[in-house]
Ligand binder design. Structure first.
Ligand code: ZN
Length: 154
C-alpha cells in the first residue's frame, strides 16, 4: 500500500467512524462554520475537562474530507492545553498551505498528516480546514484563546 492510499484509508476511517462526535452538555464556546463551495457544515464546541484539558464536541454534515478532518481534530486536541491545540492547529494550516510539498510532522499531527495529499487540491483545502477554523472561533468565544492576532482565514 503506498502512502497516498494509506492516507485515503485514514480519512475514510475517520469519516465512517468519527471520533468524539456529538455536542457538549455545557460548552464554554461554540462556533458554526459553513463551507458554501462544498456544502459542508460544522458546529464545534469547546469546554475544559476535570483534568484541565480541552474537551471538544462537534456535529456536522458534508463531504468526507470536512467530516473526517473534524474527527481527527477532535481526537488530536482533546485533553490537551489550548496552547498545545494551537500548535496542532498552526501545524495543520501550514501543512495545508504547503500544497503537498514539504514534510508534515507526524509526531505533532498524528492522523492529520493524512490530509497532506488534500493540500494539492485547492478546492478541498477549505473542507479540511473547516473544523480547525471553527475550533479557533469556539476557543475565542469561550475566552480560552485570547490571541486574536492570528489570521482568521487562510
Ligand atoms: Zn467539503
Amino acid at each position: 500500500m503506498n502512502l497516498e492510499s494509506l492516507y485515503q484509508e485514514i480519512i475514510l476511517d475517520h469519516y465512517k467512524h468519527p471520533r468524539g462526535q456529538g455536542l457538549l452538555d455545557s460548552p464554554l464556546g461554540s462556533a458554526h462554520h459553513v463551507n458554501p463551495t462544498c456544502g459542508d457544515e460544522l458546529t464545534v464546541q469547546v469546554g475544559v475537562g476535570s483534568a484541565g484539558g480541552l474537551v471538544v464536541g462537534y456535529e456536522g454534515q458534508g463531504c468526507s474530507i470536512s467530516q473526517a478532518s473534524a474527527s481527527v481534530m477532535s481526537e488530536l486536541v482533546s485533553g490537551h492545553s489550548v496552547q498545545d491545540a494551537e500548535t496542532f492547529r498552526l501545524a495543520f494550516i501550514e501543512m495545508m498551505h504547503a500544497k503537498g510539498t514539504g514534510e508534515p510532522d507526524e509526531e505533532v499531527l498524528g492522523d492529520a498528516v493524512a490530509f497532506a495529499g488534500v493540500a494539492k487540491f485547492p478546492a478541498r483545502i477549505k473542507c479540511a480546514l473547516l473544523g480547525w477554523m471553527a475550533l479557533q472561533d469556539a476557543e475565542i468565544q469561550s475566552g480560552l484563546l485570547t490571541n486574536q492576532s492570528e489570521e482568521h482565514s487562510p
